[in-house]
Design a protein around this ligand. Structure first.
Ligand code: AR6
Length: 168
């Protein structure tokens, strides 16, 4: 696994993960950027999915994006930490990787799920993301190459610290 600072819509990977909401019908943040770059066909396909529960994920084509697929996952809204937010966030990373693996995908990029509009504290979210991806990769039947795609310098620094402090 590695961390970079980039706009996730520019990445040429098998799948980029979208930090969506339960409607899967678009929104702001990375979700808005992904729909803008993919074009209107993405929304058409998302309409057929009839939403997605928090902590779960669903896959679509990526249309005009350089990636092949988009895996839409729904992170938790931060409510102080006592409402299962940590388990839901971990589930987003786990389910997205399982779906990628089931589809035979080998490269995947994640944004910092829930840490924007949904308000999850970034440092805590980084710890959950790195630990969950590490644990899930060990359980998969083949290797998936994971990129943590950070939008901000501070998120990148946080990921680099967590990855270095807990090497494989
Ligand atoms: N590439 C990579 N990361 C990005 C990009 C980008 N182009 N744009 C933003 N980020 P957010 P959430 C980062 O708010 O907190 C939407 O309305 C951003 O800096 O996109 O899970 C959905 O429809 C932050 O680090 O997602 C939901 O309603 C991270 O992506 C809601 O927001 C996540 O921020 C989901 O909120």
């Amino acid at each position: 696994m590695k961390a970079i600072q980039a706009d996730i819509t520019t990445l040429t990977v098998d799948a980029i993960v979208n930090a969506a909401n339960e409607s899967l019908l678009g929104g702001g943040g990375v979700d808005g950027a992904i729909h803008d770059a993919a074009g209107p066909q993405l929304l058409e396909e998302c309409r057929q999915l009839h939403g997605c529960k928090t902590g779960d994920a669903k896959i679509t084509s990526a249309y005009k994006l350089p990636a092949k697929y988009v895996i839409h996952t729904v992170g938790p809204v931060w409510q102080g930490g006592g409402c299962g937010e940590g388990e839901h966030l971990a589930s987003c990373y786990r389910r997205s990787l399982q779906i990628a693996c089931d589809a035979g995908l080998r490269t995947i990029a994640f944004p910092c799920i829930s840490t924007g509009i949904y308000g999850y504290p970034a440092e805590q979210a980084t710890g959950i993301a790195v630990q969950t991806v590490r644990d899930t990769l060990r359980s998969l039947p083949f290797t998936v190459d994971v990129t943590f795609c950070c939008f901000s310098r501070s998120d990148l620094e946080s990921y680099l610290r967590h990855i270095e402090n807990h090497p494989d």
